[in-house]
Write a protein that binds this ligand. Structure first.
Ligand code: FAD
Ligand code: GLY
Length: 375
């Protein structure tokens, strides 16, 4: 094993791999250290929606970060195909944010008015017009916000495309290797201790998703990052049941993938790293999905899975430099939107390490935004 690099990235999920891709493309000697294998956690459990407008309901730094990242996908999908040979299955056929009742319709109509400032093609459709677009939708839905430019990707493929792309630019990927601790010298972090031995480097990036607070603790920071399990299932049909993503609320969405599979998610179970799938969780999803799209009950059952989202105390990710130790950086806590945010996270962190931080965009995501975190 080579023992010295410019940058060591801890965590081979989508964010670690995206950062590795951008840094190695800049010519840095990068190593990604993953305790299991690439994209084995949240980054392969996700539905892959790029749902900035459906998931985020108010303007602010988080929404602007999400829009910036969303806009990167059309070019990125072509670039990654060329460099890594992996097709991330970027589909841009739109999304409908459903209002199941008249009461919810009022709320969604308010969101539509705000979202039109960013995309004038977003429009409110009544139940009849919605069913012209998506005939399989239940006639019981009150209406919905139509987002014609929304899209989704295959999250595991995006994650692997970043990693493979990084390898094309000479990055090293070390799987089955856990980082146990940092190596410190005066006021700097100068490397990591791993289960395979020590690795020295100029800079370290912690991108360990829901596990981020564990290694942060020894650096003097109590960072609130905790797991929120999400269970999903998928079905297949001989001919497409829906063409666009149907997003009812944060606990029920249907995403039609390019191979004909429809991903249906997802539950929200706080404070557990246990990825088992429960009959109760799947039953609640089936019930909601069939209410929205009755034909789902006749589709062919495909599979179930679960993953662990990295949630933070205030709901915002941590992207920035460690406040106490030079050379240490963090990119974790992307909660429900880590696939959407992975392109911008890679770019922002790479620029930060290069000494060109986008202060304006990054300031809301600083590690020390809550002062009580330093212990
Ligand atoms: P992870 O993918 O969790 O990767 C962290 C990696 O670090 C892991 O591989 C882990 O093994 C490794 N690691 C941890 N500790 C160590 C250590 N000490 N040493 C070495 N390696 C270590 N987001 C969207 O944008 N759109 C969606 O539609 C969407 N749907 C979702 C649906 C579900 C059911 C779930 C669970 C999540 C969904 N998300 C979605 C959220 C998204 O999946 C996450 O935000 C994202 O994958 C987080 O990526 P990450 O790289 O930060 O973390
Ligand atoms: N963004 C979808 C989910 O986290 O379930």
């Amino acid at each position: 094993m080579k023992k010295s690099y410019d940058v060591a990235i801890i965590g081979g999920g989508i964010n670690g791999s995206s950062i590795a891709y951008q840094l190695s493309k800049m010519g840095k000697r990068v190593v990604v250290i993953e305790k299991n294998h690439l994209a084995c956690e949240a980054s392969s459990a996700a539905a892959g929606m790029l749902a900035a407008q459906a998931e985020i309901e108010e303007d602010g730094p988080f929404f602007q970060l999400a829009l910036k990242s969303q806009a990167m996908f059309p070019d990125l999908s072509k670039e990654l195909l060329e460099i890594s040979g992996i097709d991330i299955e970027f589909v841009q056929k739109g999304m409908i944010k459903i209002a199941e009742t008249e009461e919810v319709a009022k709320e969604v109509q308010q969101q539509e008015a705000f979202q039109q400032c960013w995309d004038p093609e977003i429009e409110w459709l009544d139940s009849h017009s919605l069913r012209e677009l998506e005939p399989s939708l239940s006639p019981a839905v009150a209406g919905g916000m139509y987002l014609p430019n929304d899209g989704h990707v295959q999250p595991a493929k995006l994650s692997l495309a970043f990693a493979k792309g990084a390898e094309q630019f000479e990055a090293t990927i070390l799987e089955n290797t856990e980082v146990i601790s940092f190596i410190y010298e005066q006021d700097r972090v100068i490397g990591v201790q791993t289960t395979l031995g020590n690795i020295h480097c100029n800079q370290v990036v912690l991108a360990t998703g829901a596990w981020a607070s564990k290694l942060m603790h020894e650096t003097g920071i109590d960072m609130t990052v905790y797991p929120v399990k999400g269970e999903c299932f998928s079905v297949m049909a001989d001919s497409p049941i829906i063409n666009r993503t149907i997003f009812s609320d944060k606990q029920c969405y249907l995403v039609p993938k390019r191979n004909g599979e429809i991903y249906i998610g997802a539950t929200q179970v706080e404070n557990t790293f246990d990825k088992s799938v429960t009959p109760g969780g799947i039953a609640s999803l089936v019930e909601r999905a069939v209410q929205l799209v009755p034909q789902i009950k006749d589709a062919r059952w495909e599979r179930v899975w679960a993953g662990v989202r990295p949630q933070t105390g205030d709901g915002l990710p941590y992207i920035g430099e460690h406040p106490l130790w030079k050379g240490l950086f963090i990119a974790a806590g992307h909660y429900r939107n880590g696939i959407l945010l992975s392109p911008v996270t890679g770019r922002l962190v790479a620029d930060l390490l290069e000494g060109r931080p986008d202060e304006k965009l990054l300031s809301a995501f600083r590690i020390d935004r809550n002062k009580e975190m330093v212990h």
